[in-house]
Design a protein around this ligand. Structure first.
Ligand code: ZN
Length: 302
């Protein structure tokens, strides 16, 4: 658990859920600072159509600028279809993320395709990105339940994981799009994937819709997940799902890890400063805790 990696998805999962479009300059500033804080990966944006999701309309431009600079963190981008992959490859995204929803309804709403067809297409895209020399992360969305369908069978989820593993794709994110995950379930799924293939690099992407976010994140880490996707201030929510809340807040998780002596290499103050600015920009309080409270001081004054 001491090596747990942090994948900051606030610029994508967080900002895509906002009504207002954040100016590119602001995004660049936040991304640069988070990418310099010591977190491992920062998700810059998603390659969707700008007319469909204007909040993500500047993803190509962001990458064009950021790829000319050097950053401590690896930059990732989310692609949803072949056109998006083409754009991601063109701007040189180092880590390409893509996924399939285990929920038939969510998959159809999101992509117009059922889960089975989408799995085949995503695997083909992932292999294409790999053969172009990119790192790839594949995900199972709605892995722990769905806002439209409710429970999703474990077998359905694992069959997608098996398809990924059989294709040689071993960097796999289990995404709790709707926030239905609970710790025992997360622990069981992570262990199951590791039983299928012990070297699998599992990431957990958990939303805090029902207040179980942080507990599920700890369950994932203790069961052997290697990375957690979090967002600054706990911002976020999929615009294509019902009842979506934010991810677990990056600074809350980093604070928790550092209390236990882990990930002291990350500049928590820098993360807190960014989340405070994001909250200021949005003009409201965000769901995260530590950006408001600050870290627990080493010595509490009497
Ligand atoms: Zn999400």
């Amino acid at each position: 658990m001491s090596l747990i990696r942090i994948h900051e998805v606030g610029p994508r999962d967080g900002l895509q859920a906002e009504q207002a479009v954040v100016p590119t300059e602001k995004k660049l500033d936040w991304i640069r600072r988070v990418a310099g804080s010591g977190v491992d990966i920062v998700q810059v944006g998603s390659f969707v159509r700008g007319d469909k999701l204007p909040q993500m309309g500047d993803t190509d431009e962001l990458f064009r600028i950021l790829m000319k600079e050097s950053h401590r963190a690896v930059l990732s981008g989310l692609v949803l279809n072949e056109k998006g992959l083409e754009r991601a490859l063109e701007v040189g995204v180092p880590l390409v993320c893509m996924g399939v929803s285990a929920s038939e309804t969510h998959s159809r709403k999101n992509t117009g395709m059922g889960t089975e067809e989408a799995t085949g297409r995503i695997i083909a895209m992932a292999l294409e990105a790999e053969s172009s020399g990119r790192h790839v992360q594949v995900s199972v969305q709605s892995a722990f339940g769905c806002g439209f369908e409710g429970a999703i069978s474990e077998d359905r989820v694992m069959s997608i994981v098996v398809a990924y593993l059989e294709a040689g794709l071993t960097n796999i994110s289990l995404a709790d799009t709707a926030g239905h995950a609970y710790p025992e379930q997360v622990r069981r799924y992570v262990r199951k994937v590791l039983e299928l293939e012990s070297g699998t690099e599992i990431t957990a992407h958990i939303h805090n819709t029902y207040g179980l976010g942080m507990a599920s994140v700890y369950a994932a880490m203790e069961a052997g997940a290697m990375a957690i996707e979090t967002s600054f201030g706990g911002l976020g929510g999929c615009p294509f799902t019902r009842m979506a809340a934010g991810n677990v807040a990056t600074e809350d998780l980093v604070h928790g890890l550092q209390r236990a002596g882990m990930r002291r290499d990350i500049d928590l103050d820098a993360l807190i400063a960014v989340s405070r600015e994001v909250a200021g920009h949005m003009g409201r309080e965000l769901p995260g805790s530590v950006y408001r409270t600050g870290p627990i001081p080493d010595k509490v004054k009497a």
